[in-house]
Design a protein around this ligand. Structure first.
Ligand SMILES: C[S@@+](CC[C@H](N)C(=O)[O-])C[C@H]1O[C@@H](n2cnc3c(N)ncnc32)[C@H](O)[C@@H]1O
Length: 357
């Protein structure tokens, strides 16, 4: 099974935490390209998925540019927006949202606005997607921590589905190597496509410390593996069905991101900000309840399980019967609730902005 054909997740966090860095990046592009404002501003969102978040990002970018033009008393540019995801992405759902999207932006802005032209570009962002020097701004959120393939030589990772404290050193190395090679490739491809002085804003899940077995990177997947192992023990799943499951993701630390950017050399790193988010996006506090039977703990577990289900289910259904998937995520929700009741581990996010040299 080709990984690209099954990686079609339908979730993601729209996150206002990225807005300041996006605004800063667009201002820098405008300073480099005075002529862009008044002509056509060409944007791409890579790994756009097909949720409401997709067009929200585009809306945010348009608003930032529009506000800047008003401040500078300039005519707003036309917008060419390219939405990219893998070939299996549900682009039809996105297209069906476009009439409402166009209506909203046209109602919000005056006659001097736009127009805005949205199109889809299917394909992997680890390859070329656009002609030479054709983009001013590339945005990508919660996508570049997805690897182009499962790292090679990690068969000895036991029943683990990602890196854990018990993973042999070669597994850590293989994941690290795959991320470094993929992220380098990503930067190389974009360096051909973005105009000099153009920018990129990338947000991904990372980890807070250099150790790749850090809790904020690994615990979520350790608990998912645990629910599978428990089901093997109870005879509901065969061991041979779960041991080949490896997640093609990698949560980099800040140092790795900086190193790859520096070594690749086409972009300067302008900003790197980090922020934490709860596993349950509806949970606003940072305190654990210490009581697993507490209704709130259970709800946090269930919500976190639903979010992770949207992301990981396509990878599990390649190996497991559809009929047992509900049970996997029900158990996962309970394990998450137990963990969160004792310790509120949170996602560690990295947002970076880059300028093409
Ligand atoms: C978790 S979703 C993020 C969606 C959206 N950007 C958001 O922030 O809500 C990750 C998306 O990245 C896409 N993706 C993963 N690898 C990709 C690749 N190599 N090329 C293009 N898209 C990819 C997936 O198909 C998925 O839609």
């Amino acid at each position: 099974m080709v990984l690209e054909n099954i990686l079609c997740m339908n979730t993601g966090n729209s996150d206002t935490k990225e807005l300041p860095i996006l605004t800063h990046s667009i201002k820098a592009i405008a300073n480099n390209h005075d002529t862009v404002f008044g002509q056509c501003f060409r944007i791409a969102d890579l790994g756009c998925s097909s949720s409401k978040n997709t067009l929200l990002v585009v809306h945010n970018i348009i608003n930032i540019v529009h506000q800047m033009c008003e401040e500078k008393n300039l005519k707003a540019p036309q917008f060419q927006v390219s939405l990219n995801d893998l070939f299996g992405n549900d682009f039809n759902t996105l297209f069906k949202m476009l009439p409402d999207f166009y209506t909203v932006i046209n109602n919000e802005k005056d006659e001097s606005f736009g127009p805005c032209f949205v199109s889809a570009i299917p394909g992997s962002f680890y390859g070329r997607l656009f002609p030479d020097q054709s983009l001013h701004l590339v945005h990508s959120s919660y996508s570049i921590h997805w690897l182009s393939q499962i790292p090679e030589g990690i068969e000895n990772n036991g029943s683990n589905i990602y890196i854990t404290k018990t993973s042999p050193p070669n597994v850590l190395q293989a994941y690290r190597k795959q991320f470094h090679s993929d992220f380098t490739k990503f930067l190389q491809m974009r360096s051909e496509e973005i105009v000099p002085g153009g920018g990129m804003v990338l947000t991904c899940i990372g980890r807070s410390i250099v150790d790749p077995t850090s809790e904020d990177s690994c615990t979520l997947f350790e608990l998912l593996a645990q629910s599978l192992v428990d089901m093997v023990k109870e005879g509901m799943v065969r061991e041979s069905d779960i041991s080949p499951i490896h997640l093609p993701i990698y949560h980099p630390c800040q140092e790795e991101v900086r190193n790859v950017i520096q070594n690749e050399g086409s972009f300067s790193l302008d900003n790197l900000v980090v922020f934490r988010l709860n596993w349950d996006p509806n949970d606003n506090d940072f305190i654990n309840t210490n009581d697993v039977n507490n209704e709130t703990s259970q709800r946090h577990g269930e919500n976190a399980s639903k979010i992770l289900r949207a992301v990981t289910e396509p990878l599990l259904t390649c190996r497991l019967k559809k009929s047992i998937i509900d049970e996997v995520y029900k158990r996962y929700g309970k394990l998450l609730a137990k963990h969160l009741a004792q310790k509120k581990t949170r996602h560690f996010n990295l947002s970076i902005s880059l300028t093409k040299k």
